[in-house]
Design a protein around this ligand. Structure first.
Ligand code: FE2
Length: 577
């Protein structure tokens, strides 16, 4: 079966994913093509076109389009819960009861327009609408490769109405155990506090998490924000995850927290510095998320975990690597699989995997996330020829050797090769690299390109044969979805990629999935003694990750980076290496 998954149902992170006979062959986020981070309000025309073209599939060959947003019946507890909890905003409450599928219908109209524009199934393909959290759940479970009965967790801001999903998978089928509904949302709570802490929701959550280790979670008691016990969560909607009249407003913009929160905790934070008391608030928010999620997991999934030890996790909150570290630390969790594009972009994969499974395909485990477009060396040279920056380039005999020499000399290196990554992490195909043993390399990368807050950690890619020694575990970690405690002996060897709390969000690289990146790190090891590189995504602050050679050149000339390797060429700005 040929199943095309289309995400874009929740107004951000549209993407497309293509399964052929249960195998994920292509996936990409629309933002990368449009050069517009999160591509808010868009549907994934370019991404879907790429998937079909890459696979050589004509639009008429698509058997089914899967979409991660479904109709919710009036009898569902979801709409009544939403209505009851939004009593203070009666127009929202009534809308949920009397017109609760308005957004679904709007989505279907947009999907219909996309299908016609792409001429899929001659404009009339079969469509399967999959509940949002079932799509998240399927993206984690069906791609995990776990054969045993598997506990499934999905936590995000919200889908249709659901915010949190507990279930399990057995012999390919997903069973729902419990859901929570908006406004009782851990993602909504964290997102609202992300806004209060001065960042953008659905973008700045990583920053709150990065800030948290600098603060003391016990200095302020924020427990009023969120009530949780082993069985349930209840958000204090007088303070966070608020709508309508309860919103705090500033310069015409409304926020998901209330003026009451500002009265209590002080003005919304601004700027890039980490400062009191906000750093402590960030620590409290992170601690509350962890405690609530761990308590609920214990209650709803503990029995399954004690039986099989397998847990899979998706939804935006699954990108919270600190929470994931604590999940792995549970005695009953033997292995955690986090679908690497855990936020809404990943629901294109999830809707399609769910549909493929229902249609009878055996969904294959995720092998890697190099699922986007690739470009040849000739494509890269053509892009150089027409670029107004007048780049110098030369073909390299030994790409990995030259790359390692540049890195070992203490320079950052822009590194572009193979198929673009799907999901938020650069995993060695669209990356900026450095060697983490040279103090100050992270600052240099920040000065030359990223301009990101210094307290946000940079992360390591390391070879599989040294990872157990550095990370003190053999738990799989191919996607930078977990942090681990770095062995004390290694903290001083690779200080630039160890966070304030002694952890690192590592990518463990194996030779099969990314041979060229593996060889590069081997060459780095020969020169520095460490089979580790600092790896951050190839983009400027506020921009999506680079997709095409032209985008790489734009970024390169818009930065002070000295070296760019694209496939087999080394690009410089006139001064030859
Ligand atoms: Fe979601």
């Amino acid at each position: 079966m040929i199943v095309l998954g289309i995400a874009g149902a929740v107004s951000h992170d549209p993407s497309a994913a293509l399964f052929i006979d249960g195998r994920l062959v292509a996936a990409a986020e629309e933002e990368r093509f449009l050069r517009d981070k999160h591509a808010k309000g868009k549907f994934p025309y370019e991404a879907a076109r790429f998937c079909l073209e890459f696979a050589g599939i004509g639009p008429h060959e698509v058997d089914l389009v899967a979409f991660p947003y479904a109709k919710i019946g009036l009898g569902s507890a979801a709409r009544w819960h939403y209505a009851r909890r939004h009593w203070y905003a009666p127009e929202r409450a009534l809308l949920a009861l009397f017109n609760g599928n308005r957004r679904y219908r709007r989505n279907m109209q947009q999907l219909d327009a996309l299908i016609r524009a792409l001429d899929i199934g001659q404009g009339r393909p079969r469509i399967m609408a999959v509940e949002h959290h079932l799509a998240h759940a399927s993206s984690a479970y069906h791609l995990s490769g776990f054969q045993e009965k598997t506990a499934i967790l999905s936590i995000d801001g919200k889908g249709e109405y659901a915010t949190t999903f507990f279930g399990y998978g057995e012999r390919g089928k997903i069973y729902k155990l419990k859901e929570f509904f908006d406004p009782d949302s851990l993602g909504g709570f964290y997102g609202a506090m992300t806004e209060y802490l001065g960042f953008e929701m659905l973008d700045g959550e990583f920053k709150v998490m990065g800030m948290a280790p600098y603060g003391d979670p016990k200095r302020h008691d924020l427990s009023r924000l969120l009530h949780y016990d082993p069985e349930q969560i209840r958000i204090n909607t007088e303070l966070v995850n608020v709508v309508g009249v309860r919103r705090y407003k500033e310069n015409g913009k409304g926020y998901y927290f209330s003026p009451k929160l500002v009265d209590w905790l002080g003005p919304r934070r601004v700027g890039d510095e980490i400062d009191d008391p906000y750093v402590d608030y960030a620590a409290s928010v992170q601690a509350m998320l962890e405690e609530a999620a761990l308590g609920l997991v214990d209650h709803y999934l503990g029995e399954i975990l004690r039986e099989s030890g397998k847990l899979c996790f998706a939804g935006g909150v699954a990108l919270n690597v600190k929470l994931n570290q604590r999940l792995i630390a549970r005695a009953d969790v033997k292995e955690l699989f986090v679908q690497p594009a855990a936020s809404d972009a990943g629901t294109a994969i999830g809707a399609a995997s769910y549909a493929a499974n229902i249609l009878g395909d055996q969904v294959q485990p995720l092998e890697h996330v190099y699922l986007g477009p690739a470009y040849s060396t000739e494509d890269c040279i053509d892009a150089c020829r027409v670029h107004p920056g007048n780049p110098s380039w030369r073909r390299l005999e030994q790409v990995e050797v030259t790359g390692a020499e540049i890195l070992a000399a203490g320079h950052p290196l822009a590194w572009f090769q193979g198929r673009m990554e799907f999901g938020p992490r650069a995993l060695g195909n669209r990356s900026i690299l450095g060697v983490p043993n040279i103090p100050g390399i992270a600052d240099r990368i920040n000065e030359q390109i990223k301009y990101r807050e210094r307290w946000r950690p940079f992360c390591p890619s390391m070879l599989d044969r040294v990872a157990p020694e550095i990370l003190q575990t053999r738990h799989p970690a191919p996607y930078m979805t977990f942090t681990f405690d770095v062995a004390p002996a290694w903290r001083s060897r690779i200080p630039e990629v160890v966070h304030e709390d002694g952890t690192a969000r590592a990518q463990v690289v194996d030779p099969k999935t990314n041979p060229r990146y593996y060889r590069l790190i081997e060459e780095v090891e020969k020169r520095t003694g460490n089979a580790v590189v600092l790896n951050t995504s190839l983009n400027r602050r506020g921009e999506p990750m680079v997709c095409r050679p032209t985008d790489a050149l734009e970024m390169f000339f818009g930065s002070d980076l000295p070296y760019l390797i694209m496939e087999d060429i080394l690009v410089t700005k006139g001064n030859s290496y």
